[in-house]
Design a protein. Sequence first.
Length: 297
Amino acid sequence: MSKESLISHLSTGATTVCRAWTLHRRDGLVLGFTDHDKDLVVDGVACRADSGMTARALQQTTGLSVDNTEAFGALSAAAITEDDLAAGRYDGAEVQAYLVNWAMQDDFIVQFCGQLGEISRVDGSFKAELRGLTDLLNRPHGMAYTPGCSAILGDGRCRFNLLQPGYSIEMDVEFAEDGRVFALRGLAGYDDRWFEGGRFEVTNGAAAGLAGVVKIDRQDGACRRIELWQSLRAPVVSGDSVRVHAGCDKMATTCRRKFANFLNFRGFPHIPGEDWLASYPVPGRTGGARRVGGGGS
């Protein structure tokens, strides 16, 4: 890539430039688009000219203001499909926008980096908001002091290995309803509620890669009834494979008894509750003992 070469080309006044976009989904799929009339290869990504993609002029500012723009396109079975948009496969996808010399495709500059924001669909087309990198600064950071654990089961702070026997299982769906209620056969050896709060992942079929959180987990005759908090946004049918992880309610006793992982507990189980604010000293007691309530001793 030669940024200087592109700048020199732009200074001539007679240019051969176009725009291109690359899109990196969270599942690893990479797509490329261009408003040129022929396909291009930009930064190692093939950018298609027949996708119908276009974008408004970039709105960028100095300082920490959020850069934003919008991308438009026609829904195409060969590129971006309505089913994938509805399933949320493009939510949070990383986007880069380029200015490219189509006569010398190695000469380009990156004009925008960010993520896809709100996506709307209407009449066979879509409109997607593009959010700049500074949008990440609007997200809350830091640690909250709460009785419950702030880690996610199995992450780098929790350090629990979910691949241990009994804490993660993969099997086929016996029955599915509305992408939210599922019947699984072969989980009779687990206590009721064992998977409540756990991650439910679809590993193949039309909903492959989508996941939800278990709301209800009960043994129902020969099958296990699993209900999610929200429906998966793609159809799941009998025979599709799913992976279910044990659930954690973030409490210290659960961490100690169910997972034997209390050394990595990331909560503060002994922090005073809200009723502590209404407590008062009790005469005759030592050690700062207090009684909750408004009456006398």
